[in-house]
Design a protein. Sequence first.
Length: 519
Amino acid sequence: MLEIIGSSMASLVCDLSIEKTLNKTIDKLDNAQLINKINEQIKRYEKDVFVHLEEEESFNYKKLNLYIKAHLFDRVCACFNLPEMQQRILARRDLINAAYMEADASTYAQKKIVYHYIQIFLQIVENHYLEKVDDKELLLMGKTVDEILTFVKEYMNKTENRIIDAVQYRGSFAEYIDGLKPSPDNGNAFHYRNELLRFRGRQAELKSLKVFLDDQAELSWMAVTGAGGSGKSKLLYHFINEMRIYTDWKSVWLQMEDCAEIHRFTEWKYPYNLVFVVDYAGTVASEIGKWMKRLERSTYRPNKMRFILIEREGMERNDDSLYEPLWYKKLIGSGEQERCVKRLGYRGFDKTPFLKLSALSKRDLEKMIEDYAALYQKYLSPEKQMWIIEKAEEIDVRQDGIRPLIVLFITDTVIQKKEYTQGDISFLLDQIIERYEEHWKRALCQNNERIFSALKEMIMFSTAVGGWIIQEEPPKLFRNSVYILVSINADEFESFICAVNEENKYEGKLKPLQPDLIG
């Protein structure tokens, strides 16, 4: 299948020639060189797209290639030559929708293949053809600039009802959203944005996220919760990447500064449905809640808008009571905002908007171990894989299962043939503590350095002595930190301690940092 896709793409691109003014011809790429470039692009998607292709999941690539050639000067050129970014984005979506139809792609798997086929084609054209010519002098297959502009103009006239006027677009919410570039892939296999390891498991969660998007509500939010290192960000990163094949949705990963910037807009028009993912949502919970209140009142927004918030603590039931984490209290605020946020909460998870990650199966963990070993051309026996999982269980004693990140850390130690010495463990500690500190500082302490420093001191103390009983006086060295912490608003203090403990019941104690490996 990969050979068919590669040769099909080579056949398509080799038929394109590029000329510059004064009839100076730029040679076609060497066929062997071109195939190598195409295979490089295909390899980017091989793990998650092409590796499991079945013959029945193929598509009509011959018909699709003919369509691309026939529409090179309107639909394809429009992807690069329309004057406004929004127009180019709309043109790409139009091209992808047309490609699904021409390639007879009806299933999810077929659309996924066709989507990446089109992406590879556009990348090849952009990276290996268009970079060789001045945009103002761009000529394709003997066409003049004027001829190409005529084709593009005809395309714009046909789709003018879907092309946003440039004057309206500039400075608009839509332009701001289109200008938010996704973070690049990360080369660290431990990072959630890495493309080195295949995504494993979480099929039930992925299905739940898709159901959430398909819900009839115009405006809605949900939260994905779980302990640090359990795979929350990885799940959403994979889901957002998968969503790209749905041309009626635009997905955006919002950073803290974006949430503040978005408040300056008074309308939120966009030609497609929007889904926002907010990691460390506690950092900007109050701003998100206020924005939801403004959005609910407004008619200037897409047909559907969704918020997926990522945080450690979720809403859980304790006996007959309901535990509400600190960040959620900041999200709902009070008065009209509280009523609005509660109305908009998706009730798909035990009648709450909170989806708590379940533990990965041992089979999924074994596959993760195999994938990590394969990065180093290593093989780990089933017995060694089971030893890694058992060691992770020993280190990561939690009620909600082993964290995948801990499994990867231990696998790395085995692959590198390290022993469990203090030096090796320190690396593991650094990685875990870095994740904890970011959560404490941003989500819990709202970047207040004074509270953050006091919290770190008291966590160190509680970890050393097995827990700090809030009502007991600590050693003199720590009394100033205690004073700073207990000065937090009384209504928030118990929720604050629960959030640090990653528990939903206040027991009057700041507990040692887990897992026990850290202690």
